[in-house]
Design a protein around this ligand. Structure first.
Ligand code: URA
Length: 435
């Protein structure tokens, strides 16, 4: 395998065969191909694309570049969920204990937040004592004993993707559907669960702003997973406005606790019931989406779901009392209202800017090294289609720093667009891979 030839061939629109793709990934992971050559290859891929067989080869080569988890000994059917990320997306915090309380073992590796989107691992770390740096054995033991574990993305899983993703990040080659699909699915395939459920976001706060691109990404990921022998289901969900009302780490944990107690926002519950129903039907625990939804709603109403969350928090070293007393989670010193300056109906929210306001408050990361303030964020009091009067509170800003608060306020002033006539409530779930 000669890297120069592969770059040249891809640049001219040619194809890379299976052996060449595997050799290239092995050599790059071992440091035998320099970053400048891999960057050139990625840019050629960006412009020329990868065929489906090439995308599958890349996915499998990255999946097998490190450890591939064997979960066959955890006793039962296992599932994982992946979201392409958004603002206020605390779905994993609700979904994993909810589904685990219905008997499916949830084994999930999650990332940290970067830029305007949050990460599940940061959110969980706002629970005092909670640890996410588990060994593979601890992770599997928790899945076996408690039916649920969440850990940070292990360096042993798909190390080739870790290297390539970091390189794509600095060479303007992230936003290519084949590269994104292979990156995500390589990690999910290596993580070893029987079923993978994908929540692909679409809209102003999502990675993919256009519905057609979200659909392409979802169907490509499902195809890759199925070719790797996995059961894959997916939804396309709206990210034109934040999910739920809370944005920010500890604030989102509080909202997740409310939802598990049956008192959360409707949109978050709807999405969790939908994703959970895909998992229960996909793993054979329920015969239909309707029966699955009944089981999940019952788990919330009976208290089993919040009980499972408490058990999970305790198992990973977290302060379980904080689940009953969310005021024990980090709290900001300042809570300031953000007012509407006109009458009307909210027609549009720039969701990415809500995420950026949270970032400005200190609730997110500008770079991988940034230290985040777990207590800050936003509480949205009005969302798309709501009628507002001048002077109504649109949101509360939770802050610890006056200057950041004023900067976040300026960002929030760019978020809302109003209409003088009524606006229809946007549809949250745009597509479900099974009915
Ligand atoms: N998330 C990933 O894991 N990989 C990508 O390429 C993009 C988003």
């Amino acid at each position: 395998m000669n890297m120069y030839d592969l770059i040249l061939r891809k640049r001219e629109g040619g194809t890379i065969d299976t052996k060449e793709m595997y050799d290239m990934i092995v050599d790059y992971t071992k440091g035998r191909i320099p970053d400048y050559q891999m960057s050139a290859f990625l840019m050629a891929v960006y412009f020329r694309g990868l065929s489906d067989p090439e995308t599958l080869d890349l996915t499998m080569a990255m999946a097998y570049s490190g450890e591939v988890l064997d979960l066959s000994d955890v006793g039962g059917v296992t599932a994982d969920k992946h979201s392409t990320g958004g603002v206020g997306d605390k779905t994993s915090l609700v979904l994993t204990p909810l589904v685990a309380s219905c008997g499916v073992k949830m084994a999930k590796m999650s990332g940290r937040g970067l830029g305007h989107t949050g990460g599940t691992i940061d959110k969980l770390e706002s629970i005092p004592g909670f640890h996410t740096e588990l060994s593979m054995e601890e992770f599997k033991d928790n899945v076996r004993e408690h039916g649920i574990s969440l850990m940070g993305q292990s360096a042993k899983i798909a190390p080739a993707d870790k290297l390539l993703y970091a390189l794509r990040d600095v060479t303007a080659t992230v936003d290519n559907i084949s590269l994104i699909a292979s990156s995500i699915m390589s990690k999910k395939i290596a993580a070893g669960t029987d079923l993978i459920v994908l929540d692909v976001k679409t809209g102003s706060g999502a990675f993919m702003k256009k519905y057609e691109d979200s659909m392409d990404l979802a169907s490509k990921m499902a195809w890759l997973g199925k070719r790797a022998g996995k059961n894959v289901e997916y939804v396309i969900s709206n990210m034109d406005q934040p999910l739920g009302n809370m944005v920010g780490n500890a604030l989102e944990v509080k909202e997740a606790i409310d939802t598990l107690n049956g008192k959360g926002p409707e949109d978050l519950r709807e999405l969790c019931i939908c994703l959970g129903s895909l998992i229960l039907t996909g793993t054979g625990k329920a015969e239909s989406m309707k029966k699955a939804a009944d089981m999940l709603n019952d788990a919330i109403e009976s208290g089993r779901a919040i009980g499972k969350f408490r058990e999970f928090v305790k198992a990973q070293g977290g302060l379980a009392e904080a689940v009953n007393n969310p005021e024990m989670l980090p709290e900001s010193m300042l809570i300031e209202p953000f007012y509407a300056t006109c009458d009307g109906y909210i027609k549009h929210m720039d969701c990415e800017k809500v995420g950026l306001a949270c970032l400005i408050l200190g609730g997110g990361r500008y770079t991988k090294e940034s230290v985040i303030d777990l207590s800050v964020g936003l509480e949205l009091k009005k969302k798309v289609s709501d009628e507002v009067k001048e002077g109504d509170v649109l949101a509360y800003l939770y802050a610890n720093d006056k200057e950041k608060l004023e900067d976040a306020r300026e960002k929030m002033a760019e978020v809302y667009e109003f209409s003088s006539t009524p606006v229809e409530k946007p549809e949250l779930i745009r597509f479900i891979s099974r009915d």
